[in-house]
Design a binder for this molecule. Sequence first.
Ligand code: C2E
Ligand code: MG
Ligand code: MG
Length: 426
Amino acid sequence: MISLNTSANLSQAVNLHENIHGRGVMVVDDSSMHRYSAHLCLRAFGINQVYEAANGKLAMDQLGQLAQVPAVMLLDLEMPVMDGIEVLQQLSELSNKPAVVLASSSDEVLISAVATMAEALGITLLGAFRKPVNPTDLADALNSYNVGVCLIDEASGDAVSTDVGQLKSALDRARIQVFYQPKVELESMRVVGVEALARWKNQQGEWVQPSVFIPLAEEHGLIGDLTLSVLDQVLQDMNGWWDQGQYISVAINLSAKSLAEFNLANEIIQRVIRQGIPAHYLTFEITESALVVDLPSALATISRLRLKGFGISIDDYGTGFSSMQQLSRFPFSELKIDRSFINGAPARQYMRNILKSAIEMGQRLGITTVAEGVETEAELHLLKSLGCKQVQGFLLARPMPGRDLIGWVEQDLQRKSTICQTSNIG
Ligand code: C2E
Ligand code: MG
Ligand code: MG
């Protein structure tokens, strides 16, 4: 399962979360040799508590008996009695479950499909690899334990109130804030625009994630109000930046439900005209999956906005199962490739192929390609070599309040562009 020669050297580089040391790791694999090599590798990382199970059933039985659930499960997929997929399904039903690292001899597409399934089931996935797993990859996966678990906790919204009354009152009092994440042109490393992302601090002072309150707004008929509240703040912020000589374009997310609202396009057009902002400085992002919900309404809203000169972007491209035929019906000006294709691409050939064909499709259609969720220099480098036009992601900047944006544009990008040049990207 793991090539041993480098694992001992890595022990210095591994800085594991205390949970991993305290609760240990369980290795689930039907090959005793693979279990043994994984065990040795984990010990070399300084993990003393290593449990082993020869198939899924034995692993689940052991989990039921342990006083403390191990922090991480290193899970094979192909096993007799109970395979790894069944284990993931059963884990998803436990309130206290380990994070998972998948390691399998199956092909990459299958491993990736199972990885997607695991995440959809709410399991914290630290990594998914083909055997033999490189100890460096395993170390990186285990090192990400802290980050992964925190992000899931934050995104799950478990700790925050999702009361619709509070959301309504936040909307009435204009308490939904807009943060901005820069979009940078790869060729020049210039900021070409920002994406507006809604943020809500509830009455308890906790930040509620859009993944929690956007569905709530959609469900309770508040999404139109939310969109217009975001638009109003964006127009106000744009005017402020323009006064300082920074003509920054902004992209606003439109939910699938909004597309079906007959009057929304009119409201948007009127408000933008009233604020004196030319339409081509604004783009509306529409998730790929929204296009298949209500085709006639979506086409009407999108076409009207495009007709007035607004940009239209397909968001999260690659996740929505839209056909080429559906895509060709919409007047898009931009294609935003979902971050799942970006993050997997440097290490996976088939992901790279998908990414390449998405970028090529954008080029053939004559529209701008934007890569979302760029987190590493390797991803940035790859995107540039594939001809992607623009990037957005934590590597460059996290979403920030409007008042911080001009400072960032003037100072931070200078630094980032130096980083990129020294890593041979510029
Ligand atoms: P999206 O439109 O695809 O926005 C990108 C999301 O990816 C944002 O999450 C952003 O913070 C996050 N992101 C950016 N770079 C990175 C990165 O390098 N790594 C990672 N892991 N994440 C990154 P956020 O702000 O939580 O928004 C989530 C989704 O909620 C958005 O996805 C969008 O679909 C929706 N949303 C946000 N604001 C609005 C809004 O005003 N209206 C509507 N209808 N939807 C919104
Ligand atoms: Mg978006
Ligand atoms: Mg997106």
